[in-house]
Design a binder for this molecule. Sequence first.
Ligand code: ZN
Ligand code: ZN
Length: 175
Amino acid sequence: MLVNLTDIFSSEGKTKDMDVSIEMEVFSSRFGEYPILEKSPISFRFEHISSDRAKVSGSARVVLDMQCDRCLKPINQEVCLAFEREVSPVLEDGAEISEDDDAGIMEGYSLNTEVLIYNEILMNQPEKVLCKGDCKGICMVCGHDLNDGECGCDTFVPDPRMAVLQDIFNANKEV
Ligand SMILES: [Zn+2]
Ligand SMILES: [Zn+2]
């Protein structure tokens, strides 16, 4: 959604609180596509700084449908967002007042809330997603979930075929 901030830029001392819903249904990044299972509205506060500067702060919460990096079990990953930044208008003739990172977030005098929230999720999503801190993962031999107990496979002796592949891989790496 585009929120017009003209009155925030133009009126000294002006502040405005506003709730905006998140339209995005799926969060896609280079790591994958994650459906958004739950989302709160974004609660915004806008504050005048100068005629071409405003403070945007707010918070939101989303729950992403992700999976454990080790055992691949589905996880409802909560991501809590709390942000505070300054924005400037990005003028259409290219004579922008703002810094580069406002591009996309600001369109003219309006704030694109979807772009802002996308960037916030990107910065705040956990690097490692685990169902629990000590998840044992799955057996590389039989695929058994090792959190449910040992499967009895000997995982310490590499499969000779795998060893050959490993050698090829290493040889290629050295080239
Ligand atoms: Zn796990
Ligand atoms: Zn196994």
